[in-house]
Design a protein around this ligand. Structure first.
Ligand code: AMP
Length: 114
């Protein structure tokens, strides 16, 4: 999607601090980190929100979880603990409408998040 910020980041049209890339996924440092590690993991496919995933996206979503776990391990967060979350729609805190997961770690998180 041409006008989508995260599509532009995934294509390289807008620069980012890239953490990982393959044919289906892109991961990059959040521009306003809320934790010592704050990485955004996105599918390259433009999916606006978690409401928009389909059964056909199931295998891709599974691979995204495996990727998140791998990045967490590479950052040494597997032993320290980390948070992986997706905000869905504005009331939950979503501000960019291209599906993304926040991988956050390096500090203690509270629950509920508020
Ligand atoms: P959300 O509010 O869940 O939709 O998350 C969007 C995230 O994207 C926020 O944490 C922002 O800090 C982050 N963000 C916005 N623009 C950029 C950008 N150009 N590069 C990296 N992260 C960004």
């Amino acid at each position: 999607m041409q006008e989508c910020l995260f599509c532009k980041i995934a294509s390289g049209a807008i620069p980012s601090k890239k953490v990982y890339e393959d044919a289906d996924f892109f991961a990059f440092e959040d521009i306003a980190p809320q934790a010592p590690t704050h990485i955004l993991i996105i599918p390259k496919k433009h999916i606006p929100t978690l409401n928009d995933i389909t059964e056909a996206d199931g295998p891709m979503m599974g691979r995204l979880m495996v990727l998140a776990s791998k990045i967490a391990r590479e950052r040494g967060l597997d032993a320290k603990g980390f948070r992986l979350l997706a905000n869905c729609l504005e009331p939950a805190g979503q501000s960019v409408f291209h599906l993304h997961f926040h991988l956050m770690g390096g500090r203690v998180f509270r629950w509920p998040p508020g």
